[in-house]
Design a protein around this ligand. Structure first.
Ligand code: GAR
Length: 196
């Protein structure tokens, strides 16, 4: 089966990126990571790419905090195209993508978010769920559109909130669920893309 070429974008520790690499290595996920790109110079996600000998790059984001400067987004698009990427995977990428990227990769950008969307988009979603007194939260894989943590839902996994949970313990359990859900959901999308 065709290995779908992925580009992974992330800003942080990269545990989801590692889960994707490991799923590919084990043969469970028929994909190939062509490039890992981060808007954070020293993000651990770039070290993980190096560990797996995958091309990687730092993308200077420009002067905005929540999105890329237009030139940076144009550079990102060029890098992804040069690498032959067909599916863009956001793995803890903390900036909103705008029209050049969304138009170039329509329904070909996916994200994972640590809540049961549409509940709790935005930062530290596990903390939001805890503060709201929820009994259940989880994680969601979805197509990316122009709104934050919004777009058609591809897959979800539930994680119960325990009476003694702290934000840290809850996020740790959600991440275990993410590492299972994301490679599986990407596998489903890759099968669809390969089937044309
Ligand atoms: C993950 O929990 C992911 O769901 C979250 O960032 C974390 C990245 O962890 N993403 C968002 O909150 C997007 N709004 P990782 O760097 O270890 O993969």
């Amino acid at each position: 089966m065709k290995r779908v070429p992925l580009g992974i974008l992330g800003s942080g520790k990269g545990s989801n990126c590692r889960a994707i690499f490991e799923s590919i290595k084990s043969g469970a996920l028929a994909a190939e990571v062509r490039v890992v790109i981060s808007d954070v110079f020293d993000a651990p996600i770039l070290d993980i790419a190096r560990e797996f000998s995958v091309p990687n790059a730092y993308l200077p984001p420009g002067r905005f905090h929540t999105r890329l400067e237009p030139q940076a987004e144009a550079d990102l698009l060029r890098m992804l195209r040069e690498a032959g990427v067909e599916l863009v995977v956001l793995a803890g990428f903390m900036r909103i993508l705008k029209s050049p990227m969304l138009e170039a990769f329509t329904r070909r950008i996916v994200n994972i978010h640590p809540s049961l969307l549409p509940k709790f988009p935005g930062l530290e979603a596990w903390k939001q769920a805890l503060v709201a007194g929820e009994k259940m939260t989880g994680c969601t894989v979805h197509y990316v559109d122009e709104q934050i943590d919004h777009g058609d839902i591809i897959a979800q996994s539930e994680v119960p909130i325990l009476p003694n949970d702290t934000p840290e313990s809850l996020h740790a359990r959600i991440q275990i669920a993410e590492h299972e859900l994301y490679p599986t959901a990407i596998g489903q999308i890759c099968r669809k893309l390969s089937a044309g």
